[in-house]
Design a protein around this ligand. Structure first.
Ligand code: ATP
Ligand code: MG
Length: 177
């Protein structure tokens, strides 16, 4: 059965608590808030993938070597068209760029089309949100990225539902066999 997939950083409880506090300090996410369990930072959207493709992506992901890194969500803003309200880092860590590039390489190696759009790391916190200027978050969100995940996305009557299919620890060296 085909699935709609994406690679993502999944926040731990400490990060979720910090996002929650940041949103409170900022006066709420606006629009239709994304539920806490849905918060994530997409590394590479993969689209609809067949089981063979998923197996290929999992093999490729397991070979990715990027060290753990820290990231700070210190900005909020929205995208006017889709009404997406987001939190984002003003400084993109080189390791996040590397992880995005490695995800892209994995996708290409597994026969997916190239993603031509520039990578804009963000955490969606609301939909149907009013347009707002990009501003500094009153309370920044520290995030320790120690793993990345393959996620499946589907819709139910209440909106998007994500499921973590696999997770790989970030490490710049291979673990001993
Ligand atoms: P829905 O589309 O059901 O309203 P969603 O956008 O959260 O919810 P998906 O469309 O499955 O769910 O997307 C999963 C993740 O991939 C989200 O973080 C989304 O922003 C991102 N994404 C979706 N399409 C693209 C794309 N074409 N390019 C980059 N990222 C994308
Ligand atoms: Mg979508």
């Amino acid at each position: 059965m085909s699935e709609r997939l994406f690679f993502a950083l999944v926040p731990g409880e400490a990060e979720r608590d910090a996002i929650h506090r940041a949103l409170e300090a900022a006066g709420g996410p606006g629009g239709r808030p994304m539920p806490r369990q849905n918060w994530h930072l997409t590394l590479r959207f993969l689209g609809t993938v067949e089981p063979d493709g998923r197996a290929c992506l999992e093999r490729a992901a397991a070979r990715i070597r990027v060290a753990p890194f820290a990231l700070t969500l210190d900005r909020q803003g929205s995208w006017r068209g889709p009404g997406v309200a987001w939190l984002a880092p003003s400084a993109i860590p080189t390791h996040l760029t590397a992880l995005n590039a490695a995800s892209e390489a994995a996708a290409l190696a597994c026969g997916l089309a190239a993603d031509e759009r520039p990578y804009r790391p963000h955490v969606t916190v609301a939909r149907k949100a009013p347009a707002r200027d990009t501003t500094e978050l009153p309370e920044a969100v520290p995030w320790k990225a120690t793993a990345f995940s393959l996620m499946a996305s589907r819709r139910d009557s209440r909106g998007a539902v994500y499921r973590e299919l696999a997770r790989w620890p970030l490490a710049n060296t291979a673990f001993p066999a």
